[in-house]
Design a protein around this ligand. Structure first.
Ligand SMILES: [Zn+2]
Length: 108
């Protein structure tokens, strides 16, 4: 039987052009992640594509496996104060992303 192969990898050049922002807990200021965000800090953070997370500071946002097409509904809590700040992951345009809970994070 032929081994099942999946094609991984998207061009990195585009991702690299995004500004890297620090995502902090809005309550305790804990650094939650570093994220490559289009427009940098100019616009609100609504969601975080997993592939664009530059540093998963507490190893809480990494994906362990493929997510189902309907997505998942986990809540990720801040390691500092245990308030949840995002939900998911969900597929957005075919790519897994965490949805930020409004007001729970700030950017630097
Ligand atoms: Zn916190």
């Amino acid at each position: 039987m032929e081994p099942h192969r999946t094609v991984l990898g998207t061009p990195c050049s585009l991702k690299e052009s995004y500004a890297k922002v620090s995502v902090l807990c809005s309550r305790c200021g804990e650094l939650l992640a570093r994220y490559r965000k289009r427009n940098g800090t100019k616009s609100n953070l609504i969601k975080m594509y997993v592939e664009r997370i530059a540093e998963d500071t507490h190893s809480i946002l990494a994906m362990e496996s493929q997510i189902p097409a309907c997505g998942e509904n986990k809540e990720i809590a801040c390691p500092g104060c245990e308030r949840s700040f995002c939900r998911g992951p969900r597929l957005v345009k075919g790519r897994p992303a965490w949805k930020i809970i409004a007001g729970r994070v700030r950017m630097k």
